[in-house]
Ligand binder design. Sequence first.
Ligand code: PCA
Length: 324
Amino acid sequence: MKLKTTVCAAALAAVALPAAAQESWDMPLAYSASNYHSENAAEFAACVTEGTGGDISITTHPGGSLFGGADIKRAIQTGQVPIGERLLSAHANEDPVFAYDNVPFLATSFDDAEKLAEIARPTIEEVLAEQNLTLLYSVPWPPQGLYFNKEVNAVADMEGVKFRSYNSTTAKLAELTGMLPVTIEAAEISQAFATGVAESMISSGATGYDRKVWESLSHFYEVNAWLPRNSVMVNSDVWAEVSDENKAVITGCADAAAAAGLEKAIAYTQFTMDGLAEGGMTVGPAGDALVEELKVIGETMAADWLETAGDTGAAIIDAYRAAN
Ligand code: PCA
């Protein structure tokens, strides 16, 4: 009997061990499959699957197909999914520091946005750790500009325009320019513009291009207001169970994804602005008078953010300014 038990246990272990070691991770993404963030995440997923020899295989679910953007962070925190990607600035209600990458006219180029992100990273990691989240990598969106369905030369032209916002910073911008904000996920904006639920937004050329907004909108004004980021996070309990060897593989894939994602973002910037123009939109820099007005509004927004983000926010901005 004793022998039999031992044999059975050994046989079980032989069968069960490899199966138990293999895990499938579903990775929800909010943005369309063809967007460079999503393509980059798919490459990251393939890197992890291959690098861990299939111990951890990641499947991406783009376009909000598994969880919509607004629900992805909570889904990771609560362990509904082990990993996912989210625009962290949309969670500034949980901690204002998440909106550090939305401070108007602070970091307006890819180089500066990278510097700012590097400086903010330890703070963001700390806040995320308290929420049971581990940051793997983040990738910027191209500079943010303004979309309209008419020519706009001054803030006065924006009065009463229905404005699609993607977080509290963008809602605030609407408020300060006399527009009417409505929060809509990128996956839903084509519909929103087609039906007139929204007539304007601030976003990158990338998102307008991905959603073919030239079907409803006529103008894209380059403003370079800020470069928000998407962050890929893993549930910290899940992460704790990953072997050191596989952790090293995943971290390596994450570092590669951060670098590749940045390159993709840079390349996608001009490509998508050209695409908007080919779609029939008027694409070009915002006029000087409009820029001046937006800068004044931007100062108010930056001051508001600093007030809510307190010493933590001030420390990030001071360190960034000192480094520049
Ligand atoms: N696209 C995303 C966030 C920033 C951007 O460029 C969006 O509009 O939802």
